[in-house]
Structures are given as structure tokens and as C-alpha cells.
Design a protein around this ligand. Sequence first.
Ligand SMILES: NC(=O)c1ccc[n+]([C@@H]2O[C@H](COP(=O)([O-])OP(=O)(O)OC[C@H]3O[C@@H](n4cnc5c(N)ncnc54)[C@H](O)[C@@H]3O)[C@@H](O)[C@H]2O)c1
Ligand SMILES: [Fe+2]
Length: 386
Amino acid sequence: MINSMLFSSVADVLYGAHTSDQLGDIAAKMGITRALIVTDPGIIKFKLLDGALKNLETNGVKVNVYSDVVADPPESVVMAAVSAAQTFGCDGVIGFGGGSSMDVAKLLAVLIKGEQQLSEMYGVDQVRGGRLPLIQVPTTAGTGSEATMVSIITTGATTKAGVVSRTLLADKIILDATLTLGLPPAVTAATGIDAMVHAIEAFTSVRLKNPLSDMLAREALRLMAGSIEVAVKQGSNLEARGAMLLGAMLAGQAFANAPVAAVHALAYPLGGNYHIPHGLSNALVLPHVLRFNGSEAGHHYAELAAIILPGKQLSKEPLEVTELLAQYFLELSADLGLPTTLREMAIAETDLPMLAREAMLQQRLLINNPRVLCEEDALAIYRQAF
Ligand SMILES: NC(=O)c1ccc[n+]([C@@H]2O[C@H](COP(=O)([O-])OP(=O)(O)OC[C@H]3O[C@@H](n4cnc5c(N)ncnc54)[C@H](O)[C@@H]3O)[C@@H](O)[C@H]2O)c1
Ligand SMILES: [Fe+2]
């Protein structure tokens, strides 16, 4: 049992097919009269916003749509969204899209108050003052950003920085799985594995593991392990899409309070240097980090393996169960059509020491890992993943 904990999350979660068509009812009840919607061109192209816009109009809520968010958004996108919001004069913000749109919406809701510069907000608990009412509507099932107090912004050619503050937790989340029916298979697979990693790393997080995050991580894995294959192979299956969307949000609530660790620390240099999508970067190193952590976290992995592989006869030996879980994720990636080695990503073997050096910069994450991991360990893991 733990001695103390602080658990924070978004107060209201609305889940159900077509719930995004109620966005106007919800915004109006919150007192929003002029809403700034933050989204990206793909969401507009696939007409995912149409039902929500109609309902906002029905409710007399004036709307301005900022739709120029790009993946891994840079500061310039955040500032352009703020500028659009200032010109329009909004009293509420809606993030509608993947993690990129939701992360920009979080910062916009604070920056529009004009009390602080973005450059002063990076790091933990640096945000001062309040924010505008904020609703998040995810259209991918992966980052869990709708439920976290983090916003990730690209600040350099290969670097990202995070703003971490409870102020960034939204007022409401709307989970409408019909929005995710058109997500392409490769994106569904990679973002789904990312969300599963959030749950696994939250469950083994060494400093802030807590009973609420544990509960959320277990249920997230039960939902996602049982649905990821169907969601990837039969994209229009609403039940599987719903389970993935709910599972990713639960995993977001878990890792917001019990942070992720070495899988993410080793994945970030892959994203930064080769622009490999975040979920795929995680999938590539996951089995090898599990094996590395087995000696310390094997008993936790055994508990999760029973959830991920229900009905399977499991060994009582923690290292054997860890190996089984590592194999499961290798086979899952292959089955879902994802690459499983760094070699396939056209990464040169001579780059591996550079990657290991860069992974060591992620101490913010490595301090949560169940086993101490140094540069030589990181290099050995990259070699195994090669
Ligand atoms: N704040 C957090 O807690 C947190 C956690 C992890 C990652 N992130 C950040 O989230 C971002 C990644 O987010 P993401 O993976 O959700 O992708 P994304 O928001 O970058 O979107 C990627 C692409 O998917 C398309 N897309 C989104 N929904 C779609 C749908 N339903 N159908 C068809 N296409 C769709 C978008 O148009 C876009 O082109 C990164 O910037 C990452 O750093 C944030
Ligand atoms: Fe992640």
C-alpha cells in the first residue's frame, strides 16, 4: 500500500456513439457563447466536425474554426491559434482531433488570458492563472491527451518540450467512437499500441504508482487487448473502436498520475531523428524494454499478462511471463502489419550509440522506470531492437 497520493482527472467524461453531435448543448450549458475550435485539415476533409457544428449553431453558439494544426505542433501553430482566438474574441475552447489539436487547445485556453508567455510555461507546474472553459473531443485512440495535464510542443528540429500543469486538465471529454471509424489501419495499430504502453508503464511506474492508476491501467488493457486486432482489421467495427477509444482515455488517466518510463524514453529519439510516428517508435522498443525490466517488474507483468492473455496458462516464474508478454507484443505488431525492427526503418547500426545518448536526456521519464537504466543498457536494448 502507498503512503500518500494525489490523483487528478477531468471531471466529466461523456461516452457514446454520436455524442459529438451534442457538443453545442454541452457548450451552451457551460455558458460558452463564442467557441474557438482547434483542429487540423484532415478532420475538416473527413467531415468529422459537421454534426458538432450543426448542434453548436442550433444552440446559438458562435464558432470560429482554427484548422491549421500540424502533427507534432510547433510554437508557431500555438501562437497562430491564439491570434485567431484574439481576433474572434472567444469565451470557450474546444480541442477536436488527435493529440496535436488537443495539446494546442490546452495551451490556447490559458494563453488567451494574456497573463503569461508560452516560454515561461515549460516544465512542471509553471502555469500561472486560469484558463477558459475547455472541452476535448479526441478523434484518435492513442495519446490519451484528452485526459492528461500535459501539452507537448515541438521547440527545435528534433526536440519537444512539455507543459505540465493541472490547469491544462479539461472540463469535459466527449468520446464519440464514430469519429474514429475512418482511422487508417497503420495509424490505428501504432496509436493503439502506444495507449497499451501508457497503461503498462503506468502500472509499473516506480515513484507514483497508485491504486487508482492501477485500476485504470488494468481495465484499459482488458479493453484494448481484446479489441485492437478487430479495430485494425475491421475499421468500421464500432464496438472495437469504442473499446479502443475508452481504453486509450483510461490509460491517459492512468499515466497522467503514474508517469511513463523507459519505453517512452527510448522511443523519443526515434521520433525526433527519423520522424517515426510516436506509437510505432514505442512498439519497436517495447518487447526489449519489457525483457530488460523483467527482473524488477516481472510480478507486475504477470498480473497484466493474465489480463492481456485471458485463459492462457501462465508460468509462475516472473521472467518466463515477461518473455511471454514480450513475444505477444512482437507477434501483435507483425500481425497488425507494423515493422518490428529498427533495421526495417532504414536506421543505420552506427546511429545506435547516438540514440542511446539521446535517450539518457529523458531523465524525466527514466526516473519512473522499475529498473535503473544507464547508457550501456539503452544501447543494448537498441541493438536487440535492431
Ligand atoms: N498531451 C499528452 O498527454 C500527449 C501524450 C502523448 C502524445 N502527445 C502528442 O500528441 C501528438 C500526436 O497525436 P496523435 O497521434 O493523436 O495524432 P495527430 O493529432 O498528430 O494527428 C495525426 C493525423 O491523423 C489524422 N486524424 C486524426 N483523427 C483522424 C480520424 N478520425 N480519421 C482520419 N484521420 C485522422 C489527422 O488529420 C492528422 O493528419 C504528438 O504531438 C504528441 O507529442 C500528447
Ligand atoms: Fe505515448
